[in-house]
Ligand binder design. Structure first.
Ligand SMILES: [Zn+2]
Length: 326
């Protein structure tokens, strides 16, 4: 448990507590965020961050707050974020590079503050962790990329807000897609916000508008994903097209519910299981053509995904990611 202090040596009467993991007695700088204090090395912070270097060069007033004889620097950041950020900096095993396991709270704090205080290696490390769940290629989405952290529906809005704040736009198409999948859960989340840190996280009005329009467009694509079942009537090269068309239409009727049940996730609407269960009356030639058409529909949906959510095209997003990871 963290220690509690009744008060510091001057000014402060609010109950404050020492950070459990970040109180190094041989270090001379105390950082305070909210009611949590951290005792760390100002010299290491200054060496890693140009923002801290400049901040710590400003002489402290002689009557400034001190704790255990150390001058106190107050920062406006969230104590959870500061804990994650300082631990990542001072405890080398706390936030190891991808694919080591971590969690969203840690990524959030480290990324937000390494971005703010310009600590490039931590920013890059956190961005790589964040991005592993939200690929920029279809192969990445359908493949089995190792995930270093777990997601739950309530975290999607904080992920979007974080990505906006640190300009990690390349994750957004896949995050918006994932948020749309959580229908109808997200109706409540959009209206009320989701619990995060000590308050509620909401989409900005601009992102709410983008999401509502985009998720409607995403839902509308369900029909295009299954179009191979009925269009065109005669697949070129088929010698039994009358029989095949009847079987395809029967399959369409049988699968109609899919469009409604899984319509919010067009990429997952039709997969290996559905191909295996396809009506036996369809000739192999038609099955081959149908697979080609489905592949093309999936590809077209993926290619168009950033545009649905008012984002730059995949090529530009991948370039941004490449620069951020370099
Ligand atoms: Zn056929």
């Amino acid at each position: 448990m963290a220690n509690s202090l009744g008060q510091s040596s001057s000014r402060t009467t609010e109950t404050i507590r020492k950070s459990e993991h970040l109180w190094f007695k041989d270090c001379g700088l105390v950082i305070r965020t909210g009611n949590v204090i951290f005792r760390v090395s100002g010299e290491i912070l200054a060496a890693k961050s140009p923002v801290f270097r400049d901040m710590l060069q400003i002489p402290q007033p002689s009557d400034g707050e001190t704790i255990d004889g150390c001058s106190v620097v107050c920062l406006p950041d969230d104590p959870h974020d500061t804990t994650a950020f300082l631990r990542a900096l001072f405890d080398s095993e706390f936030f190891e590079p991808y694919p080591s396991e971590t969690d969203f709270n840690t990524i959030y704090g480290v990324l937000k503050l390494s971005n703010k205080y310009l600590i490039d290696f931590l920013r890059r490390r956190a961005l790589i962790h964040l991005s592993c769940r939200y690929p920029t290629t279809l192969e990445g989405w359908t493949g089995s990329t190792p995930m270093s952290w777990k997601i739950e529906p309530d975290l999607l809005i904080p992920v979007i807000n974080l990505a906006r704040e640190v300009s990690a736009l390349w994750v957004l198409p896949a995050v918006f897609y994932a948020l749309c999948i959580t229908t109808p859960h997200h109706f409540r989340a959009l209206a009320r916000g989701v619990p995060f840190r000590d308050g509620l996280a909401r989409l900005t009005p601009a992102d709410l508008e983008i999401f509502l329009e985009g998720s409607y467009a995403q839902r509308e694509c369900a029909s295009a994903m299954l179009q191979f079942l009925w269009h065109p009537e005669h697949l070129q090269g088929c010698t039994t097209y009358g029989r095949c068309y009847v079987a395809r239409c029967a399959e369409r009727k049988y699968r109609e519910g899919l469009q409604y049940q899984l319509g919010y996730q067009p990429l997952e609407l039709w997969g290996e299981a559905e191909w295996r269960q396809l009506a036996p009356g369809i000739c192999l030639h038609c099955v081959g053509r149908m697979k080609d058409m489905h592949r093309q529909a999936v590809r077209a949906f993926w290619d168009d995904l950033p545009v649905k959510y008012h984002l730059p095209c995949w090529e530009d997003l991948e370039l941004m990611k490449e620069i951020a990871f370099a």
